[in-house]
Write a protein that binds this ligand. Structure first.
Ligand SMILES: [Zn+2]
Length: 270
């Protein structure tokens, strides 16, 4: 049994960001969930990036039994009114069982595009870390071209914040060691299959298998075998096979170990 710990089904079934899913689009999600189940992906965590997308994630989680939600504000989606959005997310989190919310995220820091507002990103990140702690939820961290800043932000919570994942891990060994020190997991997806990505393969060989969880980030980052096409949660099986081959262990071992870690991290029902 496999788990896709990070995807965006809402963005697979509609074309515009930050619009509410229609009933027809919600129904389209069923085929995606079904195809994933056929490749043994039995649980899917659908991750929010803004207030509307987080609401969509909750709607899909409530509708489909295998789906759980993460709610959060992506650093690139932090507008000047992020405080208001966060207050609304907090209202959702107060009913976390009913809304099937298992994590806060994705949140973090992103210095990739030149017009970022780092001060605002840091404030929003910190507020979301505290929200996760307050409500005993896992934290899904997005970091892009911001490794040092992310380390500084997380270090303040070392020992206190234990349930977290560095989503789409794309840093080198020093950041990997920091991730282990924090007690965080590594989110590993299709990027590991890319021919040029020796850095990530080195990291995966360097850290314990029990620190890995699998994710697709669908519809983004398709594995090499379907590069150029839309990614989907079913591709977790492709990632599991690749990791097994890379580490010289069985697919069953990769499945069992990463699934166990994901169940613990997100406190998923067994
Ligand atoms: Zn994502």
């Amino acid at each position: 049994m496999l788990i896709d710990t990070h995807c965006h089904i809402n963005m697979m079934v509609k074309t515009a960001f930050d619009t509410m899913l229609t009933e027809v689009e919600v129904e389209h999600a069923q085929a995606i969930i079904h195809q994933a189940a056929e490749r043994h992906v039995k649980t899917i965590i659908n991750v929010g990036t803004s207030l509307p997308e987080s609401l969509n994630c909750v709607a899909l989680a409530k509708r489909y039994e295998p789906v759980f939600a993460a709610v959060g504000l992506h650093p690139n989606d932090c507008t000047a009114t992020w405080h208001d959005d966060l207050r609304e997310l907090e209202a959702l989190v107060r009913n976390k069982e009913q809304n099937k919310i298992v994590a806060i995220g994705e949140c973090g820091l992103d210095m990739h595009y030149p017009d970022y507002n780092l001060a605002r990103q840091k404030d929003a990140f910190k507020a979301q870390i505290e929200l996760a702690l307050e409500h005993d939820l896992a934290l899904i961290v997005h970091t892009r071209d911001a490794a040092d800043e992310t380390v500084r932000a997380l270090e303040e919570y070392k020992g206190q914040l234990k349930r977290g994942v560095i989503h789409c891990f794309s840093e080198g060994i020093p950041f990997a060691d920091f991730t282990l020190e924090m007690g965080f997991a590594f989110g590993i997806g299709g990027a590991i299959t890319y021919p040029k990505n020796n850095q990530l393969r080195d990291v995966v060989k360097h850290v314990p298998l029990s620190s890995l969880i699998l994710e697709t980030d669908a519809p983004f980052l398709p594995p090499q075998v379907i590069r150029g096409k839309q990614n989907s949660p079913a591709q977790i099986a492709t990632v599991a096979e690749y990791v097994a081959e890379l580490l010289g262990v069985s697919v069953e071992q990769v499945s069992a170990t990463t699934t166990k870690r994901a169940e613990q991290l997100f406190m998923l029902p067994r």
